[in-house]
Write a protein that binds this ligand. Sequence first.
Ligand code: F6P
Length: 515
Amino acid sequence: QFADDPKRSERFSLEAAGLFLDYSKNRITDETIRLLLDLARARKVAERRDAMFAGEKINVSEGRAVLHVALRAERGERYLADGKDVVPDVHAVLDQMAAFSDQVRSGAWKGHSGKRIRNIINVGIGGSYLGPEMAFRALRTFADPSLTVRFVANVDGADFAKATQGLDPHETLFIIASKTFTTLETMTNAAAARKWVLDAIRAEQGIARHFVALSTNAEAVRAFGIDAANMFGFWDWVGGRYSMDSAIGLSTMIAVGPDNFRALLAGFHAMDQHFRTAPLERNMPALMGLLTVWYNNFFGAQTLGVMPYAADLARFPAYLQQLQMESNGKHVDLAGKPLDVQTGPVIWGEPGTDGQHSFYQLIHQGTKLIPCDLIGFCRPLSPLADQHDLLMANLIAQAEALAFGKTAEELAAEGSHPAQTPFRVCEGNRPTNVILAEQLTPHALGGLVALYEHSVFTQGAIWGIDSFDQWGVELGKALAKRIIPELAHGAEPALAHDSSTNALIRRYRSLRGMA
Ligand code: F6P
């Protein structure tokens, strides 16, 4: 394809919101794109997008609007949920967050004993954790170095122990982040945090100086003992995995400051505007979504690799796992009918170049087709001799190697030992998207996250699924609730599970020294 068409890279690349996408190294022709666009039209992707922006209740199984795009709307724009413009409320919370962040950053907000807050611990899981942690790491160089920012998500006590290790409770602020304020892991860790602080400050009334909440559930926040004045709200039209730019981003804002947080929102907004207005054939998230559908449904590819060539984006694949897999891991359509097509692929990845010395072998020469997104930034934030050139040379080289491979003839011409040649042949034709931005700034990060959000949306629209519910995670939660008392000390309870589950419970009890 490249040999026949010197303009291929020009034709199959585009820019939007400060991001450049080269999708020329995919298994596509003009006809492929034409047919994928026909598919998008037949599945009414643009109409569904417009319905989302219009605040229609496109989360049908929960009867909710899906309006995360309103979280980054500029003052004066209008987004309606149930006929009410939500943008003034969004900005009221952003202003409240900014005022609070300024107080913490300046030292004006003090702990109960009058000490300055130096440590921020976000307690939350899923969408109330992955985005903030990813963003904090990604924007490390923009963060106030005098603040320690940590995260507790896992109900394993080890996570809490590690997050609080070496910290002074008198100087620590906990942010309890939970949309529902009922999530078992978060509520359990929040209670541990409360005890950890109270053991040090020994004054109930001091809790208000050490705890704030991010939630949609004001009642539960009050019941936990957090003052309503210390609550930052959001709304049921914000899905957990779409909430890092809502109040859930408070830890990010405290770390990088309100101006940088606004730049992050501006990056989201720029990509939103592009997704909303660009024709599908020049629409970056729509094209990325269609390419994911292409490999998922027409080549049987099971996974999509996302490899950021940026150590600071180390948690981006984990963030995308929830965004993509919780959104599009669905088995019925919008009418509740079983689907006869494959839905969301498995998302995985690690930063390049680390992955090159680990699992890239399988991508180059294995028997599975693994499309990959390679993400890079042209100007380093931590320049070190010529190391950034080395990093980016590797990104560009991997895309080239995966696409063009190496033939037996080329190897022979290079003097490869004939016995080794079959092992060294790389077939090539392995697809990649290359996404480049100038620098990993807050604006670029916002654009990148919104790019994937809208790509996920496009995929969901093609499959005709509800990308905004997550009923599948409920069963495990319910079963865990039933098992919790069965693991408690005391005589063995009557166990009525299957033989495997019963045996696992008994083994656990026995190794914990219970009857
Ligand atoms: O169990 C899945 C989930 O509901 C996610 O969708 C959500 O992001 C996470 O749990 C945390 O929920 P919450 O913010 O309500 O604690």
